[in-house]
Design a protein around this ligand. Structure first.
Ligand code: SAH
Ligand code: SF4
Ligand code: F3S
Length: 455
């Protein structure tokens, strides 16, 4: 009998990839997906712990699902298994069930290959009238990848491929080393096996994922070590991928070899997400970022030498403990100097168990919001300016999803800008879905572009 699975994904692309893998592994157990939690036999919340808001959202969602389950119980309709997976699960473990007894299963990001087994056990216990209370927060990654390599292949033309997980950097604000565990690179053969399946399925664009993807150092059976640069070079040689991207990179791991391929390999897209977090040397040191502002700027300079049109993106945290007005000014100065094509910026959030959360020199919340508003105004201005520069140009766009309006498709430019195209009728749109086509950019908005056929 087929069962229904509802998964909600929070957080980063790593979680998006993990969700795809869970859908894949559960499909082999007879589960099809549904977008209605009420119809599901199994609900999985694939959660994120990076900032307080992200984690709190999970608890309010669980609250809503509790009400739904109470209604189901009254009607005597089916009993849904409620599972919390991902980074909140890893960080809080059984505590989640203490706070929210309605939760049947808690499992961390490195254990979802055991999801079929956990789900079977949970359904069994429910049948016997017991509350399952299953918790699995083991952190050994290698087992997961071995069990979970790509089974069914995505019909999409753009795909994520996780090649590295976890982090050993221990930035003083960040939960990732605790929720995802230590840095782990998948072996070259494993990566190539999944890449081959994506290639055979006609995928045109692959994004190599890792928390610190440029720290990748996978081994091959012969004992050879593969850097990210060498892996990308190899993928460009042996696959038909038209576009290769990678994210997220750490400035400290941007090797000369990796910088160089941006100028050499056509498939390597002109977009780089390189978070710096702050423009103040004092703050990046307190953050334990392992690089200086000067070394970051040098990397940017080097990459612009080999790829002058590269679109740069970054992450910023404002209001880190000890950040003075002068430190924040240095962030503004850096932003003006680099000129980003787009960026993400956040107010510092105290995360339990991380060193900076215990420091005394926390910044007041109204100061954080003022700084964030000022920073975002500048970043938005830069993004608009970058988008406006595209108007009149012709660029290849991978039309990967349908738009809100009928006959509309949305794709990405080489620079990661969203491009909306109105085909006028559904038939022409359908013919172009999943294609990489040249589009003339006819207008630009703050977050996206509009394109049309060049003819
Ligand atoms: N591994 C990546 C980032 C992963 S987290 C890297 O090092 O670049 C994504 C982003 O969330 C970070 O770059 C940072 O800007 C933000 N972030 C992480 N912890 C945070 C915290 N405690 N408060 C606010 N923002 C945070
Ligand atoms: Fe977190 Fe720093 Fe690791 Fe990125 S490099 S995941 S910010 S600890
Ligand atoms: Fe969030 Fe975990 Fe990703 S904490 S950002 S989902 S690694």
């Amino acid at each position: 009998m087929t069962k229904k699975l509802y998964i909600k994904t929070y957080g980063c692309q790593m979680n998006v990839y993990d969700t795809e893998r869970m859908v894949d592994v559960m499909a082999h157990e007879g589960y099809t997906t549904t977008d209605k939690p009420d119809d599901a036999d199994l609900i999985v919340l694939n959660t994120c712990h990076i900032r307080e808001k992200a984690a709190e959202k999970v608890y309010s969602d669980i609250g809503r699902l509790r009400v739904m389950k109470q209604k189901q119980a009254k009607k005597g309709s089916k009993e849904t298994i409620l599972a919390v997976g991902g980074c909140v699960a890893q960080a809080e473990g059984a505590e989640i069930q203490r706070r929210m007894p309605v939760v049947d299963m808690v499992f961390g990001p490195q254990t979802y290959h055991r999801l079929p087994d956990m789900a079977r056990r949970a359904h069994e216990l429910k049948k016997q009238g017991e509350h399952p209370r299953i918790v699995d927060t083991d952190l050994s990654v290698s087992e997961k990848f071995a069990a979970l390599s790509q089974k069914t292949v995505t019909p999409k033309k753009t795909a994520f491929l996780t090649i590295q997980e976890g982090c050993d950097k221990f930035c003083t604000y960040c939960v990732v080393p605790y929720t995802r565990g230590g840095e782990f690179s998948r072996s070259f053969e494993d990566v190539m096996k999944d890449a081959g399946k994506l290639n055979d399925a006609g995928v045109l664009e692959v994004t190599l994922l890792g928390q610190n993807v440029n720290a990748y150092h996978g081994m091959s059976a012969g004992g050879k070590e593969w850097s990210l640069a060498r892996l990308i070079r190899h993928l460009a040689d042996v696959t038909d991928f038209k576009r290769i991207r990678y994210t997220t990179s750490h400035p400290g791991d941007m090797t000369d070899e990796l910088i160089a391929i941006h100028g050499e390999i056509e498939q390597c897209m002109p977009y780089l997400h390189l978070p710096v977090q702050s423009g103040s040397d004092k703050i990046v040191k307190a953050m334990n970022r392992h690089h200086t502002i000067a070394s970051y700027l040098k990397t940017i300079e080097d990459i612009r030498k080999v790829r002058p049109d590269i679109a740069l993106s970054g992450d910023f945290i404002v209001g880190f403990p000890g950040e003075s007005d002068a430190d924040f000014e240095e962030t503004m100065k850096l932003v003006r100097e680099v000129n980003y094509a787009q960026a993400y910026s956040f107010m510092y959030s105290e995360r339990p168990g991380t060193p900076a959360a215990a420091w005394e020199d926390q910044v007041e919340s109204h100061v954080k919001s003022e700084r964030l508003a000022e920073l975002q105004e500048e970043l938005n201005r830069q993004q608009r300016a970058f988008n406006e520069l595209s108007v009149g140009k012709v660029m290849p766009v991978l039309l990967e999803r349908t738009g809100k309006q009928a006959g509309q498709l949305v794709g990405r430019s080489p620079y990661m800008q969203a491009v909306h195209v109105d085909f006028g009728n559904g038939e022409t749109a359908a013919q172009n879905f999943g294609k990489l086509v040249d589009m003339k950019i006819i207008s630009a908005g703050p977050r996206s572009l509009k394109g049309e056929f060049t003819t």
